[in-house]
Write a protein that binds this ligand. Structure first.
Ligand code: COA
Length: 122
């Protein structure tokens, strides 16, 4: 719970247009999971929160952020790779969807996301 609250603080700093109440509601909701990136000393550096739609085989990334002092050091890529691995092995998902902020499109493209949805429409 403490890690989730630290992650909430990072999200609300990094995503200033998102209302804090909205972040808390999704982050603490049982249908959402969060992968948290920790430093060796236990400090939360960032995380990804997603909702698994297991029967349909995809997950929806709701939030993704790295603390500003730790950005552009490769942690965002590492975090995404761990999250993908977890979602594939534990939730049996094959795809992630997200509604990205304009200035995060570059990051998501580098993580293999496409603007065209390649999933079957149904
Ligand atoms: N625009 C374009 N490219 C970006 C980028 C951005 N905003 N942020 C990172 N990149 C690039 C990096 O240059 C790097 O490229 P390279 O592999 O060619 O060197 C690559 O993406 C991965 O960078 P990395 O260091 O692994 O990412 P990060 O730790 O900086 O984390 C974010 C990326 C997006 C998670 C981080 O910048 C962040 O928290 N931003 C604010 C919150 C946000 O916008 N979240 C996404 C919407 S929910």
């Amino acid at each position: 719970m403490m890690h989730l609250i630290s992650l909430k603080n990072i999200y609300s700093k990094q995503l200033p247009n998102m209302p804090k109440e909205y972040i808390v509601r999704l982050l603490l909701h049982y249908s959402h999971k969060s992968v948290v990136l920790l430093k060796r000393n236990g400090t939360v550096m960032g995380g990804i929160t997603y909702r698994a739609f297991t029967p349909q085989g995809f997950g929806e990334i709701a939030f993704c952020a790295i603390a500003s002092s730790e950005q552009v050091k490769g942690y965002g890529t590492r975090l995404m790779n761990y999250t993908k691995e977890y979602a594939v092995t534990m939730d049996h998902l094959s795809h992630f969807l997200t509604y990205a902020d304009n200035n995060a499109v570059g990051y998501f493209t580098k993580q293999g996301f496409t603007k065209e949805i390649t999933l079957d429409k149904a």
